[in-house]
Every structure is written in C-alpha cells, then in structure tokens.
Design a protein around this ligand. Structure first.
Ligand code: ATP
Length: 412
C-alpha cells in the first residue's frame, strides 16, 4: 500500500522552517511496509489544500496531513478536508469539554475560538491528543484512510503512535522489511549506479537507496515481503551479485564508517596509528578520535600546517621543502615516515594539499593532494587532484582517501 504526506503551514514555505514531520512519518510508514510515494508542503489556503488532499486520495490509500488543526482562522485543515471529501462537520461537545478542562487545569478560560477544534467531519473517528488541544481525525474512505494530525512534532508523534499505528496495522497487509546495507568509497555515485542498477532493478520487492556524501556511499537494499524468510532469502540472493559488481570498493557490510572499520582492524592486529596533517588541519584526527574506544589504537598526531612546524616537529629538512614544495610527494612521504618514527606507531598517515580557493604560491596546483602511508614495510604516497573551489569538501575527500588507503593496506 502507498501513502502520501501533506505538511500544512505557510511557515514551511519560508527558508526558516523545515518539514521534519514527514521524515519521521516516512520511517514509521516504511516500517509497516508502506511506501511513501509523494510529499507536499501546502500553505494555509483552504481551497489549495482541499485540492491537494483530493489529488493525494486519487494516488494513494493512505493520506497523512500534518498541521493546521489549531483554533485560529489560518488553521484550515479541518475545513479543507471536509471540502475535499464533500462531508459536513459537526461540533463534538465532548471535545469542547475536554479543551475547557485542559484550560481550567492551567487556570485559564477557554477562548471561544477553540470551539473550532471540536469540529469533526461526519464519518471520522476522533484521535485523542494528550499533549495539546487539537484532536486529530481518522477518516476512512474507499481505498484506505485520511489522517489529520497536529503539526507540533511532540503532539504528532504521540498521536500517530497511539492512535494511527493500530488502525494502519488493520489496513495494511502484514509485511516484513529487512535491510541490507553496504558502504563504498572511491567510486562516483554515477559509476556505482551504472554497475548495480541492472542487478537491483530485477528485484521488484527490493527498494534500493543510494546515499552519497563526500565520496562515501551508503547503499540500502530494503526487501519488503510477506515473511522474514522470504525477505532474508531475497537479500542473500542479491548480496553476492552486488559484491561481485562493486568488488573492493565495498569497505563495510553494515553502516560502520571507514574510521570504525580501520580501528577494528588495527585493534585485531594489536597495531597503532598516528597522523601528521597539513591540509586537513586536524580533520583526520577528529574523525579517528570520534570512534569510541579509539584510544586503544590511535596514539594522536601533529597538525604541521606551516613549513616551520614541518621542520621543527617532524624534522623535515627545510631544503627538502624548498626543493619540492610543501605539497609534494617527497615531503608527504617524509612526513609519514617521520610521524611513524617519532610516535612509535605501527602505521602513520600524512596529508598535504592545496585545498584552495587559492594556493600559497608553491609548485603544486589548486586541488593537488598527497597522502602518505608509512607502515612496517614501506612508505607509499598517493596523489589526487580535486580542483573544486569548495575547501571543506576537498578536505573531507582527503581525509576519506587517507582512511581508504590505510584500510586497503590493512587488508579486506
Ligand atoms: P496547534 O494547535 O499547536 O496550532 P496545529 O496542528 O495547528 O497545532 P501548526 O499550527 O500547523 O499545528 O504548527 C504548530 C507548530 O508545529 C509550527 O510552528 C511548527 O513549529 C511545528 N510544525 C508544524 N508542522 C510541522 C512539520 N511538518 N514539521 C515540523 N514541525 C512542524
């Protein structure tokens, strides 16, 4: 069964406010096996909202409307839904008394305008709100149901969980959802999709989501089936095909990020790590030290941003820097080797680069990056060029590449 979500409120059409209810609702609906096929944000306009509700009812069995159930003139959801369904509204005295009692508990008198909140559409079930004044409504129609829920997330979540979930379970055929997650790095989103879309498009019961961020890609395969066994078997069938298509670009078979994967391998090998950072300015150490328990394998590092500190802290000869420039294979390799020697770590990573938007006049070009990895057997240096004006993005790429290179050296 499919669902559409409509968020009501002109404030969400401004740059200041985000519709977060629909994200939460989408997750809840997905857990039930319901696919959200469209989301809309509509301002506080009765006719426009009525049209949107009608259109959503044509396209989906479940329509969830959030917001616009307050007592004021611009709270148009009740009227719009009544218009969309062509039904009249009646005042529920019981709801009025409930709202009055709520005001009385706060030693206040209910304003007359709050009576609006007691208007309920013919044929609707009232959804109790224990966190605010606005009751919700559950309106069955031929294909399914329309739910009117309050806008404040705190009220909406409680009402959905208590009032809508049991009703939805009666409406939606029982479905089991199982998820398979993989993470890759070093491959563009387009190349990845080209490699795996011929595979996943053959599985109609699997929904594939590709989430790319700073050269890290998470792939989620969600199998929706009638039984756990069927969902599990389907994921086990697709898994080796995807693994064969992506090869060693896959670094994680769950949601663990690279720093966690690297840390686990270092710990298992009783090995340690240190870093010498220039262009990433501590960003690499930040990622590594954010892993809980990383003190067992991460010794620390140096942010040797200036030429002077490269020489003073790491002992890189000034004439080597003058000869090749601070952003060079020679200096980066020397930094990794020196960091390893000075910290006694099993592995050391060094990063240099020109993150831009300008260079400091050395011989390397804009976007040139070097990553050095010093290990028990050798020191290797890898060069990449990311000619992007986005300084933070290329620094994130460099930290990701550094962790990827070390991960590969530690073995799959
Ligand atoms: P109330 O009785 O509080 O007026 P309501 O149902 O009329 O409830 P709105 O007035 O539409 O709800 O929204 C109240 C507040 O709830 C908004 O100012 C906003 O902070 C929050 N809110 C509304 N809709 C959303 C949404 N889709 N996502 C996140 N927050 C929302």
């Amino acid at each position: 069964m499919n669902a559409e979500i409509i968020a009501v409120g002109s404030e969400m059409l401004t740059p200041e406010r985000l519709d977060t209810n629909s994200l939460w609702l989408t997750n809840e609906l997905n857990q039930l096996g319901v696919e959200v096929v469209a989301k809309h944000i509509v301002g506080d306009l009765r006719e426009r909202l009525a049209g949107e509700i009608r259109r959503a009812m044509d396209n989906a069995g479940i329509v969830i409307v959030s917001g616009g159930l307050g007592p004021t003139e611009d709270d148009v959801t009740r009227d719009a839904a009544a218009l969309a369904l062509g039904r009249v509204q009646v005042c529920h005295e019981e709801i009025v008394r409930g709202i009055e009692a709520r005001f009385a508990r706060m030693k206040r008198v209910m304003p007359e305008t709050n009576r609006r909140q007691a208007m309920v559409m013919e044929g609707a079930e009232v959804l109790f709100n224990d966190r605010g004044t606005a009751p919700g409504q559950w309106i069955p129609f031929e294909k399914g149901a329309v739910a009117l829920l309050p806008g404040p997330p705190y009220e909406l979540k409680a009402m959905f969980t208590r009032e809508c979930l049991p009703r939805l379970k009666g409406l939606v055929p029982p479905t089991v959802i199982r998820t398979l997650t993989m993470r890759t790095t070093g491959m563009s989103e387009a190349a990845l999709d080209e490699a795996i879309s011929p595979i996943y498009s053959c599985y109609k019961k699997i929904t594939t989501t590709v989430l790319a961020h700073n050269s890290d890609i998470q792939i989620h395969f969600r199998a929706r089936c009638a039984s756990d066994a069927e969902a599990g078997a389907m994921l086990e069938e697709i898994r080796p095909k995807i693994e064969a298509a992506l090869g060693d670009f896959i670094y994680s078979r769950n949601t663990d990020p690279l720093e966690v994967v690297v840390g686990r391998k270092l710990l298992a090998a009783h090995a340690t790590l240190s870093v010498a950072e220039s262009a990433t300015g501590g960003g690499l150490a930040d990622r590594i030290s954010s892993v809980p328990g990383s003190s067992a394998w991460f010794l620390g590092g140096m942010v040797t941003y200036s030429r002077r500190l490269k020489t003073e802290l790491l002992g890189i000869p000034a004439d080597l820097i003058d000869l090749h420039g601070p952003v060079s294979s020679e200096v980066t390799g020397a930094m990794a080797t020196a960091a390893r020697a000075r910290t006694g770590a099993t592995w050391s990573i060094a990063v240099t680069g020109n993150a831009g938007p300008t260079t400091d006049g050395d011989s390397a070009g804009l976007g040139d990056f070097y990553v050095g990895i010093a290990g028990p057997a050798e020191t290797t240096v890898t060069q990449r060029v990311w000619p992007s004006p986005d300084r933070m993005r290329v620094r994130a790429f460099a930290a990701q590449l550094a962790l990827d290179l070390l991960n590969r050296k530690l073995g799959r």
